[in-house]
Ligand binder design. Structure first.
Ligand SMILES: C[S@@+](CC[C@H](N)C(=O)[O-])C[C@H]1O[C@@H](n2cnc3c(N)ncnc32)[C@H](O)[C@@H]1O
Length: 330
């Protein structure tokens, strides 16, 4: 891994760590270079389960909400602007009298963030490196208006939150999949990558369902799903789908799988979701899924299911129905 902006400015002494107290890492992922930090003094605030687990495995104390007060906070900017602003506001509130270090890629909006910070705070240092920038300043109350408005209702009354998938409305591809599902899905069903629970809500309209496993890696989205699915048949899992083990063999898996791990489309994640579905299903089970039209899932589906058909879609997405899973090994 190339030396990061954080390691560079700690190594050259332009930025220093506090001599005592906890250092918060807002939004740190498994891909960030944290090698210059003392692991036993850090607390990671991370709501995405795979990153949360990967950093916990490296010895970091990982939580989903800031606990504070912190001696210093390091903020790794996410892609969604309002989410990044909310992180800065939360970090400032949790770091009274301490330093805030904000780091991000140009493509994730670090330039406008830098500009905004200069007008609101006393910026003490800055570094540019590897298509990104970082800056640091004493935590300030001047960012309080960036505090996240928190979850809100969209049309149809569903609760969503800033930064979760399709936060502003129902995803058209998911709506098409929900409309294409048969009247009967069996008794035991799972929604993989359930988001704030749209597909799950549509699935639970079927009275014959005995249990619906709602599996989602984004803690914030799953909290919205809990609020949207007040139904005792729904069981919630904050989990990484490829590593999740179903407590029972399933009649049906429904999913609109994620199509990128970072900025770029990554079919491997969707393929791992298909393999997880094949593992979880009964021999007579069914997979219903929707995918962006350009993503190559046909080969994986054909390898892991005896019967696959494309049952609809449009120029942007395609709907699949797959049967006779071959139960791949992990
Ligand atoms: C395309 S969205 C679909 C969301 C929801 N089913 C809908 O239709 O609105 C994919 C979802 O998968 C979640 N996700 C991404 N990676 C995941 C993983 N490794 N395990 C579980 N869920 C994941 C994302 O947070 C996102 O909510």
């Amino acid at each position: 891994m190339a030396t990061s902006r954080l390691t560079t400015c700690l190594d050259d002494g332009s930025l220093s760590l506090p001599s005592e107290g906890t250092i918060a890492l807002f939004g740190a992922t498994a891909d960030h270079d944290l090698s210059a930090l003392p692991v036993d003094r850090c607390q990671v605030i991370q709501t995405f389960r795979p990153d949360h687990d990967a950093l916990a495995a490296r010895g970091f104390d990982c939580v989903t909400e800031p606990a504070g007060p912190y001696a210093m906070s390091i903020v790794f900017l996410p892609r969604v602007r309002t989410q990044g602003q909310a992180m800065v506001a939360a970090a400032c509130a949790a770091t009274p009298g301490g330093t805030l270090y904000v780091d991000g890629l140009k493509t994730d909006g670090i330039e406008p963030m830098l500009k905004a910070c200069r007008t609101r705070a006393d910026v003490r240092g800055q570094v540019s490196k590897a298509h990104g920038k970082a800056l640091w300043f004493p935590a300030s109350e001047a960012f309080a208006d960036w505090t996240s408005p928190g979850p809100g209702r969209i049309t149809d009354g569903y609760l969503t939150a800033p930064g979760v998938f399709s936060a502003d409305g129902i995803d058209p591809a998911s709506a098409a999949l929900a409309d294409a599902l048969p009247a009967k899905l069996g008794q035991s069903v799972a929604d993989f990558g359930a988001g704030w629970g749209y597909l799950s809500a549509r699935i639970l309209q079927r009275p014959e369902i005995a249990v619906l496993h709602v599996v989602e890696a984004d803690h914030t989205a799953l909290s919205c799903a809990r609020a949207n699915l007040e139904d005792p048949r729904a069981k919630f899992y904050w989990a990484d789908v490829p590593g999740w083990t179903s407590p029972e063999r399933l009649d049906t898996v429904v999913m609109n799988p994620p199509f990128h791990t970072t900025r770029n489309a990554d079919p491997a994640l969707g393929q791992a979701f298909i393999a997880a579905a094949a593992r979880a299903l009964k021999p007579a089970g069914h997979l219903w899924m929707v995918a962006n039209r350009h993503l190559p899932y046909e080969t994986t589906l054909a390898e892991l299911f005896g019967e696959v058909s494309e049952v609809g879609g449009d120029g942007r997405f395609k709907l699949f129905h797959a049967q006779r899973p071959s139960r791949p090994r992990r």
